[in-house]
Ligand binder design. Sequence first.
Ligand code: PRX
Length: 636
Amino acid sequence: MSRIKNLEDYAVDYRKSVMDPEAFWAAQAERFVWRKRWEEVLNYDFLDYQVEWFKGGQLNITENCLDRHLLHRSDKTAIHWVANDPRDEDRVYTYKQLHQAVCQFSNVLKNNGVQKGDRVCLYMPMVPELAIAVLACARIGAIHSVIFGGFSAQALADRIADAGAKVLLTANFGPRGNKVIPLKSIADEAVEKAGGVEKVIVYQRTTEEVNWVQGRDLWWHEELEKVEVACEAEIMDAEDPLFILYTSGSTGKPKGVMHTTGGYMVYTAYTFRNVFQYEENDVYWCTADIGWITGHSYIVYGPLLEGATSVMFEGIPTYPDAGRFWRIVDRLKVNIFYTAPTAIRALMAQGLEYVELYKLDSLKVLGTVGEPINREAWEWYHLHIGKGRCPIVDTWWQTETGGIMISPIAGVLPTKPTYATLPLPGIQPVLVDAEGNEIEGKGVEGNLCIKYPWPSMIRTTWGDHERCKNTYFSTFKGYYFTGDGCRRDEDGYYRILGRVDDVMNVSGHRLGTAEVENAINMYQGVVESAVVGYPHEIKGQGIYAYVVCDSSKLEVSTISDLKTEIMATVVEKIGKIARPDKVQIVRGLPKTRSGKIMRRILRKIAEGQMDNFGDISTLLDPSIVESIKEGAQKDE
Ligand code: PRX
């Protein structure tokens, strides 16, 4: 099916998608290989949440990502992998080779007792084997749950236990910049803590030795030798789970967002094709990690469903220097480049000399995702990377939405710095006020909700459907609530203003304030803590922690030691991504008489605004505010 090519196409498609969503999405679904056609396109209830797309349909998503392309694209590059170390050789997989690798690893999983419906956790570096293993799970109907390689043993253990995984896939080590992450030893600790894992299959990324548990640990390459190459795809129902991906919410415990097969497939392919305007011979590069939703939808599934050539990168933007991205773009003639504002800001701070060394004329489309992009970063990206001629697609979406929701369509919809602009066909955004009334018109702000289902929406939070209902469908009755605040301007364009709940966005990573507080509170001697986000030049938001310690602890430790140890505790419990940027030891927190922490005040102090706190007369002890303020100023 063709792509949206101009404004008129967009208007026509958008209208169709609202007038008759079922016909619209059924037409999109026709493009794929189904083993059995669906009986019903959509069945849903937003009040007592449940949703089903393409019910009765049967398929395997990997037949659509791989087998379907073997006729015409078998020698086309599917994945072009670039190692962390620029001296290491690239690895290239054609569609035929990827298909074979996925089938073979599917047999490894089966050989190790993995069956349809089982959960498999993956804690891996960004190597082709990660994508292969994800697809192998999908091929045999196992539910994959990828955990980002930057999470700590405790965080990994919590996720393994919640998913109830019996197999963990990892690597001995994972190179990242000038560091090497000891994935296997972290995995050992996590498996011990979590329980339930019977097999750990280890990819050998480096030559260093690792600890080995006989009977449980298996080498990836040895397992491959034991199996055949062919593997029939398991036939799945459209609503069978495809994966679980953990993300942070406003309570302490991360939630397992569950996506299913048919709708996710249709939507990720549709959005990939349209937003980026991918054309047959384009080289596409998304710099995300497969441990996040962006990597799932726009490194693995979307591009492969569309038969695209993708770059997959193991390293980081600043290693060995800040020209790394641009060097790869130049060398591989990348046409479509998709990254996070935090990376743009970090590279921008390093100066133009790293950009000017490389030819970037292959670029056609630029994208951003994960957090609001500030105007300076947008302009820099547009001018210095896109040379003023590449549209920037500022794509707003979430782990829960599965795919891009509000975004320019490259070259079709006008762009506007800091605006995600317009909803894609099939997406019906609304702004609602605190009472849940829709705010009509233009030049308005409100809570961003979606009022009609789309195919790749979250189906449940793993093991706790009530939580799913409460989080997304109960704040505003009859709507999916995104947790974001949003402005609709005079042109009807949408601008995401950031989270309105207790979720922070640090370098594009989503973290709950409660999650970080729980970690801090585990440090012995901490009485309580409150964490808020504050504006940070590179990370978008930084983490500011206010911590109350008990007096005995204060007597024996220096403030500076306490801060260091508190930060180390957070790294141990969650991972480096959650390490507070600032820790302030305080004598108390500003609480109302009913015991509620007034975060509004803490946010202001973290931002460096030391007055206009509003009414603080309801505080149990208003003098606390003054002492926190003084402490903050002293710490500067
Ligand atoms: O606040 C929004 C922000 O990231 C949140 C979703 O985070 P996560 O589930 O980790 O998914 C990130 C990748 C899709 C959103 O609620 N966000 C995401 N994209 C944008 C954004 N904020 C502003 N502009 C965006 N383009």
